[in-house]
Design a protein around this ligand. Structure first.
Ligand code: MN3
Length: 206
């Protein structure tokens, strides 16, 4: 039912995030990088029909129980697919720059203010060593947290519910920003799809 996994088309054009994230970066990122994770995940599962019914989330939560021959490949590539789906779906053309309720109120109460949240998120992104992601997640007690994950690890493995993420792999920004991570982070804040972030929050709470 889930197999084969597909690369969902973006709900906007590659140039929709200009001038903050350029069309060429978006096209390569979606059409090449994410596509490769999808292809590798499908290849890993090809000869294992018994696991082809599992969702992305199930594959990630139970990857330790998969056969040794595919365990690492499934974990890395299912993670790559899930992380990119969060990243791309919480981007949109530059419009509204702050969330509405209920996320706005939770950010206010858990971080003190939107700008404190922004500072903390930025610091986490700048301090991430190597490739990975910065996330806004909800912990099981309902508290919002900012975390970083290395490589293609996902918050699911830590029992945290994803609301929003920022891809800090070099392929996400190097073409436009070179090594200037701060520019990329600042630009990203202009193109966040806060409506989708609020939808993700409500999924976390059901
Ligand atoms: Mn990426």
């Amino acid at each position: 039912m889930h197999y084969l996994f597909v690369n969902p088309p973006l709900p906007y054009h590659y140039n929709a995030l200009e001038p903050y994230i350029d069309a060429k970066t978006m096209e390569l990122h979606h059409n090449k990088h994410l596509q490769t994770y999808v292809d590798n995940l499908n290849a890993a599962l090809k000869n294992y029909p018994e696991y082809q019914q599992l969702s992305l989330e199930q594959l990630l939560l139970y990857s330790d129980f998969l056969p040794d021959a595919i365990k690492t490949m499934v974990k890395n590539n299912a993670g790559g697919v899930l992380n990119h789906i969060y990243y791309f779906s919480t981007l949109k053309n530059p419009t509204k720059q702050q969330p509405e309720n209920p996320l706005a109120a939770k950010i206010q109460s858990d971080f003190g203010s939107f700008s404190k949240f922004q500072d903390q998120f930025t610091k986490a992104a700048l301090s991430l060593f190597g490739s990975g992601y910065v996330w806004l997640v909800e912990s099981p007690n309902g508290q919002l947290k900012i975390i970083t994950t290395p490589n293609q690890d996902t918050p699911l493995e830590y029992h945290l519910c994803p609301i929003l993420n920022l891809d800090m792999w070099e392929h996400a920004y190097y073409l436009k920003n070179y090594n200037n991570r701060l520019d990329y982070i600042n630009h990203w804040f202009h193109v966040i799809n806060w409506e989708q972030a609020n939808k993700n929050l409500s999924k976390c709470e059901t």
